[in-house]
Design a binder for this molecule. Structure first.
Ligand code: UDP
Length: 241
């Protein structure tokens, strides 16, 4: 496997599940948040990588599961967005304790807790070496934080989206179900979309595809992986636009 391009500015997408113990499912496991935060802070300090982070909320609430219980979808999505803010604040605390300077920018105004999302200000923070955490998704129901990651990555001029997951890349079928599943080192976004491979939801992939944004899907909790991906080492799967 050949090395890839190293990145200077990235958008890291952390799903809500990245905040919880896989055995417990749900909630926030402080030791996991600390591990992820330490890796991000160390990378920022050593390589000067400009890091924006979109956090999910699925460990607390997901709009579509709540609405399946009869709740109005928009209200359920508002709860989902608030869940992402909870995760953002947990990550901010852990990052600051690990020595990083951070800002949380929320797409829903809550000025006591976070700055409003302002693109130019976010870019200025990145240039100054601050890690910027984007909370509350896009601030609108019926979207996901994967789509938010694609949109914010494009807006801030990130070179790639780094999607940290529980598996070490994109497979042709679910490796937890099929022991013969094979992992792609690289796959075109269109092909991933057509095959229904779980890279990101269709809206997010389309946005990346239409605008030339690559995605690297990699195993988040394998220590050192974020740094490896940023340095262009062939970790996980590169989804090309
Ligand atoms: N959400 C939303 N608009 C957005 C982003 C998120 O309504 O722009 C809501 C939606 O209900 C979603 C929840 O926030 O289910 C949590 O986000 P997501 O499911 O993407 O989190 P993840 O799967 O990454 O943990």
């Amino acid at each position: 496997m050949t090395n890839r391009t190293p990145y200077k500015r990235v958008l890291l997408k952390l799903s809500g599940e990245a905040f919880s113990d896989p055995k417990v499912k749900g909630g926030i496991d402080p030791s996991i948040v600390r591990q992820v935060a330490r890796e991000i802070a160390d990378l920022q300090a050593s390589d000067g990588t400009e890091i924006g982070i979109v956090v999910g909320g699925g460990n607390i609430f997901r709009g579509n599961s709540l609405s399946a219980t009869g709740m109005d979808r928009s209200s359920a999505d508002h709860m989902g967005m608030l869940a992402t803010v909870i995760n953002a604040l947990a990550l901010q605390d852990a990052l600051e304790k690990a020595g990083a300077e951070t800002r949380v920018q929320s797409a829903v105004s809550m000025q006591e807790l976070a700055e409003p999302y302002i693109r130019r200000r976010a870019m200025r923070h990145l240039e100054k070496g601050r890690v910027v955490i984007f909370a509350a998704g896009l601030g609108a129901p019926y979207f996901t934080t994967d789509t938010t990651a694609a949109q914010r990555a494009l807006e801030i001029g990130a070179e790639a989206i780094l999607k940290g997951t529980g598996v070490d890349g994109v497979y042709d079928s679910d490796p937890k179900v099929n022991p013969d599943a094979t992992r792609y080192d690289e796959i075109a976004a269109m092909s991933a979309l057509n095959q229904g491979l779980g890279v990101m939801d269709a809206t997010a992939i389309s946005l990346c595809m239409d605008n030339g944004m690559p995605i690297v899907v990699f195993e988040l909790l394998c220590e050192g992986n974020i740094r490896r991906v940023v340095r262009g080492e062939p970790v996980g799967t590169l989804v090309t636009a």
